[in-house]
Design a protein around this ligand. Sequence first.
Ligand code: SF4
Ligand code: SF4
Length: 444
Amino acid sequence: MNRVRSFAGGIHPLHAIGHGKGLSAGLPIEMLPAPERVYIPMSQHIGAPCGPCVAVGDHVKRGQKVGEVRGFVSAPVHASVSGTVVEIAPHLVTGGSMVPCVVIENDFHDEWDESCLADPLPLERIDAQQALSAILEGGVVGMGGATFPAHVKLSPPKGAKIDYLLLNGAECEPYLTADHRMMLEQSARIIGGIRIIAKALGDPACIVGIELNKKDAIAAMERAAQGTGIRIAGMPVKYPQGSEKQLIQVLTHRQVPSGKLPMDAGCVVVNVSSAAAVYDAVALRRPLTERVVTVTGAVAHPKNLLVRVGTPASALVEYCGGLSENVGRVVSGGPMMGIALFDLSVPVTKGTSGVLALTKSQADPGVTTNCIRCGRCVRGCPMHLLPYELCNDVEKNNWAAAEKHNALDCIECGSCTYVCPAKRPITSSIRIAKRQVMALRKKK
Ligand code: SF4
Ligand code: SF4
């Protein structure tokens, strides 16, 4: 294992190592029984939503496509159980919007679609084009939370040279341990997926970055990677180590210029769970219909669960013994970037990495006071921005100044808000600034 240096900025949130991750890091992945009904949203990715390709009353098998792409930047969605389509209608999803969902009543036969039952393809017989079309057909998206369609990410423009394929095994959000368990228990699938992706990208150097608070995962991945040329790098424990630009800097010493993409620095970054999904889609021809979700925090029994896409979040919480009495908020994802869930009927999607219950005191943002110009937000910002200045721009509705202060470079990591002693809602303000700057640019 190579050890690498950290990036400038960033923070060390409590619970990154001990109590937070410690609640579930040692717990093997358990399979959550499939629910009676799954709600498959037509949009589980960045880009154009899918259109349903089944009708109410149809019998569907597991792995059968139920939503077709309607644009290049999109990813199909598939049935996660076999059964009958009983409804196609908008349902509440994470984030609070209503999204059309195909609702399937489970027949509990778990019958796979015929297309998913072929013999596994040996990796050496898979070519780049075959891999890309299977990744598209399998509906693989970024499973670290970004949900960018994988076939798009893995199709650099003609002439662009990719030197590095970087695997994100940082899982730097406190509490979350789904990727950690995947690396421990499914390392061969991940390595298989990396080899397929590398083939699709023209065989770049492959490095898996894992934070040093997961030494057992590092050892498991090293064993699985033996003889493949894939390097495993141990990274310092710091948030947001798993953010693309920080990962690239730490693992390759390259910088992604402002407003540019990792590809512009010759890099492609893929989450480790997404790599396992690529293996399934290409070698096993099984689309993405389930994922590991960490259910943790103020629940009776924290767990890492293998969950069918479309399962209501309430089923996960119930399986973990329910919420504790002092819960103040439940979020989808981790405490730094997670999205508040006001209704646990929302379905698990391809991007759901965690369901975290925060206690009332953890959820209380505290009383906001005036900025005391302490500079902590500046020191903590991994993008070298001036968060307090951006807040001032928002207070003055000065979007030209926000653009000048590089609001669009903010990765919404929440580090500034976390360290601010005045409890200012800096990240929320900058989100507003980003929207306004985008609108301003469209008008130009
Ligand atoms: S949320 Fe934005 S401004 Fe705040 S620390 Fe992260 S990148 Fe910097
Ligand atoms: S951390 Fe908070 S109080 Fe300190 S400079 Fe930034 S906004 Fe002001």
